[in-house]
Design a protein around this ligand. Structure first.
Ligand SMILES: Cc1cc2nc3c(=O)[nH]c(=O)nc-3n(C[C@H](O)[C@H](O)[C@H](O)COP(=O)(O)OP(=O)(O)OC[C@H]3O[C@@H](n4cnc5c(N)ncnc54)[C@H](O)[C@@H]3O)c2cc1C
Length: 602
């Protein structure tokens, strides 16, 4: 074995909820040789930043009778009839997805939801409680019952710590601060990855019988985003470059309440607990757009409403680009008990204490509905006809199974990452038990990636990579944002093409090998440039408005032509260098009797 070769039965890239669940379950069920790579410390994965909650139809709380859809909640007394059900959760999710979610996958997710929340509880997760000791539940947008199980506004933090602890208990090996650069695919079979130990800069060919990607979302392609610095969509770009298609990449969720100018998240729990949105005239403008659900309409609708208020001159702050999130009427005690983190963030970043004053916010790029297409067991699809990529699995935000369709409901993604991470863990166990092979690898993938790095470091143009990244992010925010149209999308595409060309000469400042974060940024920007083109190409082709993809030149949903998933393949090498992604389409799984497409109003 070459000195730079490492082998495992299973290699998992990503230590967020999806990757850690897959690793923990596989280890618990008897696969002993598992390596988990994370480019940052595992517990700094973005899952840990989730604030609001995880959805499950437990029926632990319900609205007080006669107080309306936004009135107070009470505990459901023991023995009383359940106020929520998986069927209701399923319908809300399908409607939220604007009928683009695959209904077989949604059914699996909502049915598994209660079990997975209890599994978290049995592992010792410190959920917030009702007075009689059950898991407390609050409201979230687009959900017709209080369904969000939470731990104050630290939900992701406690979930991730709980599963991580269990993974350590089952001796999963974590490679902390190891950066995956490449997927090793030969003859359509996934044989491992190439990764860098960031501390030393050394590259390794890591072979495995099965590779799982749980690499998270791609919100960092936007200038205003709630996402962590690590959310650069490496996994989707690496898979795309290895010939794997990407699905529904044009669907990006813009969360209504990012801190003004920063994009940092003010959890939807703020509105779940009763917060208001106000325009410059002090109006609760959601009354115009969603009179029934008001601030708790789904995110795509609320973000569009805010953007409309801003565009029509009713925004706040100096440039009129903000909206107010008002929590004052909740009172000091509730804010301190339920939203302590949100309060601290507002004080630290915009100097506003929500107890005393409204917080300026704006829509922020938040969640990646698209990603690597998979089966219900996390197996990656090779094409729109359902062929599989042997040995390659994906789960969580980097994957597209697709439970969120064109718009995700809040609290459904911690659920998605947990449920499908766990299912992928079981699928990997079966795959290994059924005699999966450690396939040979021809050539020296680590050396090939070393050559790529040397090439990147040798570029000495006048322009810095960071500069290119900033231009890309602003064009994505301005031209591929809450509202889109053909002209602006075309502009974005041309700019991306231009930036891709300029990137070929752009300079990385640090030329060293040890802990070269500048080099990692360069590789990440390469990834952003690649998949942003896929997002924009998909958005240009999709001449309709559905969920988060809202076009001012095609304002209606068009089921006749567009009730289908986009699949984007990287063009073959012999095609024109400038050729964009090859787009094809895949049908949506729909139960036409139970859940046929309907008009989506709130
Ligand atoms: C601020 C915020 C709040 C949120 N709140 C909620 C909420 O309340 N409820 C809800 O349901 N959802 C929420 N979400 C969404 C939810 O948190 C995510 O969708 C989910 O946690 C994603 O989990 P994951 O395991 O797929 O990825 P992540 O947790 O993002 O983990 C990705 C992992 O991949 C690793 N990685 C990536 N690239 C590489 C590479 N090249 N090499 C090595 N490792 C790599 C990273 O190190 C990391 O370990 C929130 C998201 C944000 C940004």
């Amino acid at each position: 074995m070459a000195h730079n070769e490492i082998t495992h039965d299973v290699i998992i890239v990503g230590a967020g909820l999806a990757g850690t669940w897959a690793a923990m379950v596989a280890a618990r069920e008897g696969v002993s040789d598992i390596g988990v790579l994370s480019k940052i410390h595992p517990l700094r994965s973005h899952s840990g930043a989730a604030q609001g909650g995880i959805a499950a139809s437990l029926s632990n709380t319900r609205p007080v009778a006669g107080t309306g859809p936004r009135g107070p909640l009470e505990e459901v007394p023991p023995g009383a009839e359940a106020s929520d059900s998986w069927e209701l959760h399923m319908f809300d999710t399908i409607k939220g997805s604007d009928w683009l979610g695959d209904q077989d996958a949604i059914e699996v997710m909502v049915k598994d939801a209660t079990e997975i929340v209890y599994e978290y509880e049995h592992m010792g997760c410190v959920f917030s409680r009702t007075d009689d000791g059950r898991i407390n539940q609050r409201r979230f947008g687009g959900h017709s019952a209080p369904r969000a199980c939470f731990a104050a506004d630290w939900t992701g933090h406690v979930l991730l710590h709980t599963v991580h602890e269990q993974a350590l208990r089952y001796d999963v090996k974590f490679y902390s601060e190891w950066y995956c650069m490449d997927l090793i695919m030969e003859e359509g079979i996934c044989r491992g990855v190439v990764a860098m130990d960031v501390l030393t800069g050394e590259l390794y060919t890591m072979r495995a019988k099965a590779v799982v990607f749980g690499t998270g979302g791609y919100g960092r392609a936007f200038a205003i985003t709630s996402n962590a610095f690590a959310n650069t969509g490496d996994g989707v770009a690496i898979a795309y470059n290895a010939g794997v298609p990407l699905m529904d990449m044009e669907f990006v969720q813009f969360h209504p309440t990012g801190l003004y100018r920063h994009g940092i998240l003010m959890s939807e729990a703020c509105r779940g607990e009763g917060g208001y949105l106000l325009n410059s005239q002090g109006d609760r403008f959601m009354n115009t757009y969603a009179p029934e659900k008001m601030e708790l309409a789904p995110r795509d609708l609320v973000s569009r409403s805010e953007q409309t208020e801003i565009n029509e001159g009713r925004g706040v702050m100096g440039d009129g680009q903000g909206i107010y999130l008002d929590l004052r009427h909740l009172g000091r005690d509730k804010i301190l008990e339920r939203l302590p983190q949100v309060r601290e963030i507002a004080i630290n970043f915009v100097g506003v204490d929500p107890i005393d004053a409204p917080v300026p916010i704006q829509p922020t790029a938040h969640y990646s509905m698209g990603g690597i297409p998979t089966t219900l067991d996390g197996q990656v699809l090779a094409d729109a006809d359902g062929a599989l990529v042997e040995g390659f699995f994906a789960a969580g935000e980097c994957a597209c199974v697709s439970v969120h369709g064109a718009n995700r409901l809040g609290t459904n993604s911690l659920l998605d990452a947990s449920v499908f991470g766990r299912r992928t863990g079981y699928a990997v166990v079966d795959f290994i038990r059924n005699g999966a092979q450690l396939h040979p690898v021809s050539g020296d993938p680590a050396a090939e990636n070393r050559a790529r790095i040397n090439d990147l470091l040798s570029r000495d143009g006048d322009e810095n990579v960071e500069h290119i990244a900033q231009e890309l992010k602003w064009t994505m925010t301005n031209n591929c944002g809450v509202f889109r149209d053909g002209e602006r999308l075309q502009l974005a595409l041309e700019e991306i093409k231009d930036l891709q060309k300029r990137f070929r000469h752009a300079r990385t400042m640090d030329k060293g090998s040890r802990f070269n974060t500048d080099l990692l940024t360069t590789i990440e920007v390469d990834h952003l440039l690649q998949f942003s083109e896929v997002m924009v190409a998909g958005a240009i082709a999709r001449t309709e408005s559905r969920g988060a993809h809202s076009r001012t030149d095609f304002v209606k949903r068009d089921d006749e032509n567009w009730l289908k998933h986009t699949m984007a393949h990287k063009p073959m090498v012999y095609e024109d260098e400038d050729a964009g992604p090859r787009l094809s389409y895949k049908g949506v799984d729909i139960d036409w009797e139970k859940y046929p497409p309907q008009e989506r109003t709130y």
